[in-house]
Design a protein around this ligand. Structure first.
Ligand SMILES: NC(=O)c1ccc[n+]([C@@H]2O[C@H](COP(=O)([O-])OP(=O)(O)OC[C@H]3O[C@@H](n4cnc5c(N)ncnc54)[C@H](O)[C@@H]3O)[C@@H](O)[C@H]2O)c1
Length: 246
C-alpha cells in the first residue's frame, strides 16, 4: 500500500536505528512528510527525509524539534533497557531510565499537543513494551516499571483529548532485532560464556521461535499513526510473537 500517511507531518524520536529508523522509512514510503530525529545525528544519515538532532532529555531541544516539524503524528520511540533486579538498580540508573523512557514523553507530548490542537487533531504513538504492566521479564525491574508508566501516561492523554481529535496509543513489542538488542545478546553471552546460549535464551521465550524485525513493529506504528485506526485510542497494543499470549 502507499499514501496511507499522505498529507501528514510526522515527528519520530530515536529514528537513527532499530524500530525508530524502520518506522521513519515506512512513514516515508506511505507518503508522510517525515522529521526523523535522534540524539546522535550521525545515525540519521541515509534517511530519505528531513533529519534533526533532538535529545528527548532536553526540553529546549524537544521544543525546537516540535517547532520545526509541526507534527500531526508523534512517535515517541526513544528508550533504554536497564538490566537487573530491584537489588541491582541504583538511584542514578532509576532516575536516568525514568527520564529517558517516561519523562521524555511528557516533554514531547507537552510540546506537541498545542500544535496538534491547532491543526485539528493528531495521533501519538508511545513506545512501551510487552515487559511492562502486560508481563514481567527477568532482570528488567527498572525497564518494566518505566514501560508500565508509559501505558498510564498514554491512557491519560487519550482520555483528556479524545474530544479534540487527538488519539494516543502505546505499543508493546516483544523482543525485536535492533543494534541495542544485539549488544544485550553480546552482554548476556559474556555472562553465560557463549553468545549462542544468550541468543537461545532470548529466542526461546518467543513462542514463534524467532524475534521480530523492526519493520514488523513499524507496520503497527504506521497503522496507529494513520486514519485507518481512527476508532482506536487509549490502548496498549501487544506485538510480541505470542510471548504474552501463552
Ligand atoms: N529491541 C527490542 O527488543 C525492544 C522491545 C520492546 C520495546 N523496545 C523499545 O523500542 C525503542 C527503540 O529500541 P530499539 O531497540 O529499536 O533501538 P536501539 O535501542 O537500538 O536505538 C535507540 C536509539 O535511541 C537513540 N537515543 C538514545 N538516547 C536518546 C535521547 N536522549 N534522545 C533521542 N534519541 C536517543 C539512540 O541514539 C538510538 O538511535 C526503545 O524505547 C525500546 O525500549 C525495544
Amino acid at each position: 500500500m502507499t499514501d496511507r500517511l499522505k498529507g501528514k507531518r510526522a515527528l519520530i524520536t530515536a529514528a537513527g536505528q532499530g524500530i525508530g529508523r524502520a518506522t521513519a522509512e515506512m512513514f516515508v514510503a506511505e507518503g508522510a512528510e517525515v522529521f526523523a530525529s535522534d540524539v546522535n545525528p550521525d545515525l540519521l544519515s541515509g534517511l530519505d527525509c528531513e533529519v534533526l538532532t533532538l535529545d528527548v532529555r532536553d526540553d529546549a531541544s524537544v521544543r525546537a524539534g516540535v517547532d520545526r516539524a509541526q507534527p500531526d503524528i508523534l512517535f515517541n520511540c526513544a528508550g533504554f533497557v536497564h538490566h537487573g533486579t530491584v537489588l541491582d538498580a541504583t538511584d542514578e540508573e532509576w532516575d536516568f531510565a525514568f527520564d529517558l523512557n517516561v519523562t521524555a514523553m511528557f516533554r514531547t507530548i507537552r510540546a506537541t499537543l498545542p500544535v496538534m490542537l491547532k491543526r485539528g487533531g493528531g495521533s501519538i504513538v508511545n513506545m512501551s513494551s510487552a515487559c511492562s504492566s502486560v508481563m514481567g521479564a527477568p532482570n528488567r525491574f527498572v525497564y518494566g516499571t518505566t514501560k508500565a508508566a508509559v501505558i498510564g501516561l498514554t491512557k491519560s492523554v487519550a482520555i483528556d483529548y479524545i474530544k479534540q481529535g487527538i488519539r494516543c496509543n502505546a505499543i508493546c513489542p516483544g523482543t525485536v532485532e535492533s543494534p541495542s538488542w544485539l549488544d544485550r545478546v553480546d552482554a548476556l553471552g559474556k555472562q553465560l560464556g557463549s553468545r549462542d546460549k544468550a541468543m537461545e535464551q532470548f529466542v526461546s521465550r518467543q513462542p514463534m521461535g524467532r524475534v521480530a524485525t523492526a519493520t514488523e513493529i513499524a507496520a503497527l506504528v504506521t497503522y496507529l499513526a494513520s486514519d485507518e485506526s481512527a476508532f482506536t485510542t487509549g490502548h496498549p497494543h501487544i506485538i510480541d510473537g505470542g510471548w504474552s499470549g501463552q
